[in-house]
Ligand binder design. Structure first.
Ligand SMILES: Nc1nc2c(ncn2[C@@H]2O[C@H](COP(=O)(O)OP(=O)(O)OP(=O)(O)O)[C@@H](O)[C@H]2O)c(=O)[nH]1
Ligand SMILES: [Mg+2]
Length: 387
């Protein structure tokens, strides 16, 4: 990256980091301090913000790599000075005393701080060493309300764990902050980056997604003023005792969560059983209802069938009656016809009888007339003869 590019990046980053601070005539510097156990990735992340290797970062077997609190060459923007401060980890028992002094030294610069704790996760579980370090450092700052005034970065989150951590973010953060003197809503999950894994002094491009995510997150962390006298020595000698308590606290909280989950799931199971029973009842009622309906339908169909049969019988009877009536009528017609024929026959007989009688009468009249005419002719001829 060119010098101009780097200055632009730093200028942008500074502008974002400063955006929540009122900038007066002589605004105080902002100390961006990263605190956390050895190997969590503090120096690496600060190098990404600085966009160059300002702090040695890498693999160190058995101990912390950073042993001294170090401040990157500060830069200003709009008159506001920004300092990146790297600190050693407390979990390394060999250098705990020195590390705690170094951290306190880093916190005693006065002015404003954006205090960032860097921690890791272990297969989705909180790391009690990290919890111990955060608690001891928070407890060392006295007389200042740090609630929501510091940030936690959960760094190097495994890619398989990330979705589950995101899904159970509340549970994870409440376990993480259990027994802290102050909790915070400023928590960032940063994914493990294969480009950094077990590497030394890697600096990603300025506009890399990881760096951008980091810058955006840090912009929203409110700066808090920590006067020099407020940062008291860290009770490093209590580290093991506090660590045991934190581990016990985590176990209790996990146990409590497990019981809660068990009770929730048993309640869910019960309510599921209840729901299943209700569903079965409902289905039985529906079946009964359906049976009743079927019965009614069957009855209806039966009565329709009976009606149809009755109608059929009625129609058959009617047809039978019609046929009988027709047969009787035909019989009557035949009788009347034969009576009429008999009457006609008789009338014809009577007529022919009368005709015969009439003929007889006419013939006898003719005969009589012929007789009379013959008689008159014989009278005439007799008369004529006499004359
Ligand atoms: N995979 C992966 N590795 C990382 C990441 N951040 C840092 N590392 C690696 O983790 C190792 C330790 O990182 P450092 O930045 O030196 O850790 P530190 O917290 O400064 O450790 P100390 O200086 O010992 O306190 C290095 O090899 C880094 O490259 C990350 O996001 N993903
Ligand atoms: Mg380091």
């Amino acid at each position: 990256m060119t010098v101009v590019g780097r200055v632009c990046f730093l200028a942008c980053a500074t502008m974002v980091w400063c955006n929540l601070v009122s900038v007066g005539e002589n605004p105080p510097p902002i100390n961006l301090i990263f605190i956390g156990n050895p190997g969590v990735g503090k120096s690496s992340l600060l190098n990404q913000l600085h966009n160059k290797v300002a702090f040695a970062a890498g693999v160190k077997i058995g101990a912390g790599l950073t042993t001294q609190t170090a401040v990157a060459p500060s830069f200003t923007y709009h008159g506001r000075e920004v300092r990146l401060i790297d600190t050693p980890g407390l979990a390394d028992s060999q250098m705990r005393e020195q590390a705690s002094e170094q951290i306190t030294q880093g916190l005693q610069r006065g002015d404003d701080y954006k205090m960032v704790f860097v921690v890791n996760e272990r297969s989705g579980r909180v790391v009690d060493e990290d919890r111990t370090t955060v608690r001891l450092v928070l407890e060392s700052i006295q007389g200042i309300d740090l609630r929501n005034n510091y940030a936690i970065i959960v760094n190097k989150v495994d890619e398989d764990v990330m979705p589950r951590l995101e899904a159970e973010f509340q549970t994870f953060t409440s376990l993480l902050m259990k027994d802290f003197p102050y909790s915070t809503g400023q928590v960032l999950l940063l994914p493990q980056d294969s480009r950094l894994k077990n590497k030394d002094n890697v600096v990603l491009p300025a506009n890399d997604a990881l760096t951008e995510k980091l810058v955006k997150f840090l912009a929203l962390v409110p700066p808090v003023h920590i006067p020099t006298e407020a940062a008291k020595p860290i009770a490093h000698e209590k580290w093991s005792e506090i660590h045991n308590k934190m581990a016990e606290g985590t176990n209790q909280a996990m146990e409590f969560l497990k019981q809660m989950m068990d009770s929730v799931s048993s309640r869910l199971e019960k309510s599921e059983d209840k729901n299943t029973a209700l569903l079965q009842e409902l289905m039985a009622a529906q079946r009964e209802n359906a049976n009743e309906k079927t019965q009614m339908m069957l009855q209806l169909m039966e009565s329709q069938r009976e009606n149809a049969e009755y109608m059929e019988r009625m129609r058959a009877k009617q047809a039978e009656r019609d046929r009988e009536m027709q047969a009787k009528q035909a019989e009557r017609d035949r009788e009347m016809q034969s009576q009429q024929a008999a009457r006609d026959q008789e009338m014809r007989l009577q007529q022919s009888q009368r005709d015969h009688e009439m003929n007889q009468m006419m013939m006898s009249l003719h005969e009589r007339a012929a007789q009379q005419s013959a008689n008159s002719r014989s009278v005439e001829s007799t008369t004529d003869g006499k004359r």
